[in-house]
Design a protein. Structure first.
Length: 80
């Protein structure tokens, strides 16, 4: 499964994108479950696009579910 998280906005208006490929990872089931839950639970800050196997959701801070926040932190490697 390919998971893509894109962040844009903020004070500088920059964009950051990272892709996580779960193929062959020992922790793949955890990431995949988290990703599926994050795109299903879509409830002034950063904007994120989370794409899971072609299915995308756009979310904005501070309106992130815990699943989305955890996925963004894990994939981008920094706080959400």
């Amino acid at each position: 499964m390919l998971i893509t998280v894109t962040r844009s906005g903020g004070f500088a208006g920059g964009e950051k994108e990272r892709v996580l490929d779960t193929t062959g990872r020992r922790d793949a089931p955890r990431w995949e479950e988290l990703a599926h839950r994050a795109v299903e639970s879509t409830a002034d800050g950063y904007h994120y696009r989370i794409t899971v196997d072609g299915r995308a959701v756009d979310v904005q801070d501070p309106y992130l579910s815990e699943e989305q926040r955890e996925l963004i932190r894990g994939v981008l490697g920094e706080g959400a």
